[in-house]
Structure formats: structure tokens, C-alpha cells
Design a protein around this ligand. Structure first.
Ligand code: ADP
Length: 313
């Protein structure tokens, strides 16, 4: 039997009421989204796409206008308590009470979620996030990276099966980013479904197995990373000729072809229409001797731009 998705969203709409400064805003225009158990799911989209609105609705921080959302089978409206107990949210902002120690912060959070004292795992969580030796330090004494890890720790106190990370590495240096990725992968290995919003496409490419792209309050793509990346059928074959080419041979005129500054011949093609071997045959026919060759494929950034560029503001 197919497992129930951890998040099931149908026809979700959010209209923010008009204010003195702005007209009403349709931030979500009937979103359908299903997130499978066990995935590391990336929610991508340009600023203003509606990602935070969607996550804040799941977190119970924003009221939806219409539609339904379930977390682990619990309806966020009718079974609020169970739904909330099923997710941990790691917010973007590092806003924490600096007068508590990490251990106190986790104990308070556990109390907030009603985790009985006997079932609390504060030290275990701090240890998993490399913070055990700081358990009695004041939060204000922690580095930025430690504070971020503490935010993850806080989101885990009630042992949620789903963890949502909102822009987990915004403004974080590369070393810390890699450390956080490693923690996320560990958590995933231990069975937690991970959902993350990010505008670092590199992050989504490195971590996520499924990716949805939002744009103007709608989901414009939702598929496995590999199928998303293969969406763009563009390929480039780069050939380094044995001797420099000045003019494109007439036999190759039918191709989208150019000669790079470094003398390499770049042939753009669509893999569904042309096989590499047929292109190479034509290259050989034209008398070019090949010294070296490589192919280039589009990356997530190209796919992202192709899906969001046309109407980007
Ligand atoms: P993202 O997280 O993808 O950047 P948001 O969900 O924050 O997108 O925003 C989606 C749209 O809703 C944007 O146009 C934003 O200006 C608008 N919006 C977000 N929050 C509010 C709010 N509290 N009141 C009015 N408009 C809002």
C-alpha cells in the first residue's frame, strides 16, 4: 500500500486583506501539493512567490482563506493539536530569548509542547547538534552558527515526523552551511521528512530529492529533482579541435554552432532530436579532427529561470 503523504494540500488559498498601503493580495491561488513521507523536499521560488505564506499556514501562524491542508493525515483546522505536534518549524529569523541557556530553552519548548519530563531528550538533541558542551552557556554567548543549530534543536523537542526549515542557511558562511546540510542529512536518515525553503539553488540541488517551484502563488513544477533537471532538453557539445578552426564548415551549418574565444566549437542541441553520435559523425565528415570533447547540461538554475523568468518582476 502506498504510504500516506506527510503533507496534503488541496485548493489552498490566501488573500491578505487590503491595507492603507496595499490592495488585497492573492498570495496563494489554489495550491495543490502533496509531499511524500521520507523525502527531502525543496520548496523554491522567487521572493514573494508565497512560500512563507504556505509554511506559516501549516505552522498555524497565518489563517488560510480557503482550501484544506493536512499534516500526517491531521487537518490543520479540525485537528489543530495533532497537526501541530506533527511538525517542527525552524524559522528564518534568529529571535531567541538570550537570557536562557540552550538546555533551558529546550526544556521550555518541550513544556510548551506538553512533552512529559520523563520523555524529554534535551541533552540528546543538544548532543546531536554539537551543542552539549554549551548547554549551560547563555544564548547571547553563542556564535551565529550555534544559534542556528539551537533553532533546529528547539524544533525537534517534540520529536516531530516532519521538519520544516525556512531558508536554513540564509546569510550563513560556506563551512557552516555544509555542517547544517550534514545535520539535515542525518535527521533524514533517521526517518524525519524534511521540507526546506531556499533560494540557494545549489542547496536544493545538493540536498533535495523532490522539488516544487512556486511562482505568483501557484505551484509551477513539482517532481523529482532528476526529472526536473532533465526538463530542459538543451545540451551543449564542446569540441576542442586538433587545429584551430576559423570558419564553421558548411557541413555543420544546420546546427546552432559557434566558435568560442578559446577556439572550442560549441554545438547546442536538443538530446531528444539529435544523438551525440550523429552530431559527431557530421563533425568528422566536415574534416575536423577532435582533440578533446565534453558535454554541458543545464542545471537547476536554468530550469528555475525557465519556469519563473517570463513573468518575474
Ligand atoms: P515568499 O516567502 O515566497 O517570499 P510570501 O509568502 O512572503 O512569499 O509573500 C507572498 C505575497 O504575499 C507577497 O506579494 C507578499 O508581499 C504578500 N504578503 C505576505 N505577507 C503579507 C501580509 N502579512 N500582508 C499583506 N501581504 C502579504
Amino acid at each position: 500500500m502506498k504510504e500516506h503523504p506527510v503533507i496534503e494540500i488541496n485548493g489552498l488559498q490566501k488573500t491578505y486583506a487590503k491595507s492603507k498601503k496595499s490592495p488585497p493580495k492573492n498570495a496563494l491561488k489554489g495550491v495543490d501539493l502533496s509531499i511524500p513521507k521520507g523525502s527531502i523536499f525543496g520548496l523554491l521560488g522567487p521572493n514573494g512567490a508565497g512560500k512563507s505564506t504556505l509554511i506559516n499556514i501549516l505552522a498555524g501562524l497565518v489563517n488560510k482563506t480557503a482550501g484544506t491542508a493536512e499534516i500526517c493525515g491531521y487537518d490543520i483546522e479540525r485537528q489543530t493539536r495533532q497537526a501541530r505536534a506533527s511538525i517542527g518549524i525552524v524559522p528564518q529569523e534568529i529571535a531567541m530569548d538570550v537570557y536562557f541557556t540552550p538546555l533551558q530553552a529546550l526544556e521550555l519548548q518541550a513544556g510548551y509542547y506538553g512533552v512529559p519530563k520523563k520523555e524529554r531528550r534535551s541533552e540528546e538533541i543538544l548532543s546531536a547538534l554539537g551543542l552539549l558542551d554549551k548547554k549551560n552557556a547563555y544564548v547571547r554567548q553563542l556564535s551565529g552558527g550555534m544559534k542556528r543549530r539551537l533553532l533546529i534543536a528547539k524544533a525537534l523537542v517534540h520529536n516531530p515526523p516532519v521538519l520544516i526549515l525556512d531558508e536554513p542557511t540564509a546569510g550563513v558562511d560556506i563551512e557552516l552551511r555544509r555542517q547544517l546540510w550534514a545535520y539535515v542529512k542525518e535527521l533524514h536518515k533517521s526517518g524525519t521528512t524534511i521540507i526546506l525553503t531556499t533560494h540557494y539553488l545549489e542547496e536544493a540541488e545538493a540536498l533535495c530529492d523532490r522539488i516544487a517551484i512556486m511562482h505568483h502563488g501557484e505551484i509551477v513544477a513539482n517532481e523529482s529533482k532528476s526529472s526536473l533537471m532533465s526538463r530542459l532538453d538543451k545540451r551543449t557539445l564542446l569540441i576542442n579541435p586538433s587545429s584551430p578552426i576559423i570558419k564553421i564548415p558548411s557541413k555543420l551549418k544546420g546546427f546552432d554552432i559557434s566558435i568560442n574565444k578559446d577556439g572550442a566549437i560549441a554545438i547546442n542541441y536538443e538530446s531528444r532530436k539529435n544523438s551525440i553520435s550523429s552530431i559527431l559523425d557530421k563533425v568528422k565528415d566536415s574534416g575536423i579532427l577532435i582533440n578533446d570533447l565534453k558535454t554541458e547540461q543545464p542545471d537547476l538554475e536554468d530550469v528555475f529561470l525557465s519556469l519563473t523568468y517570463s513573468t518575474n518582476s
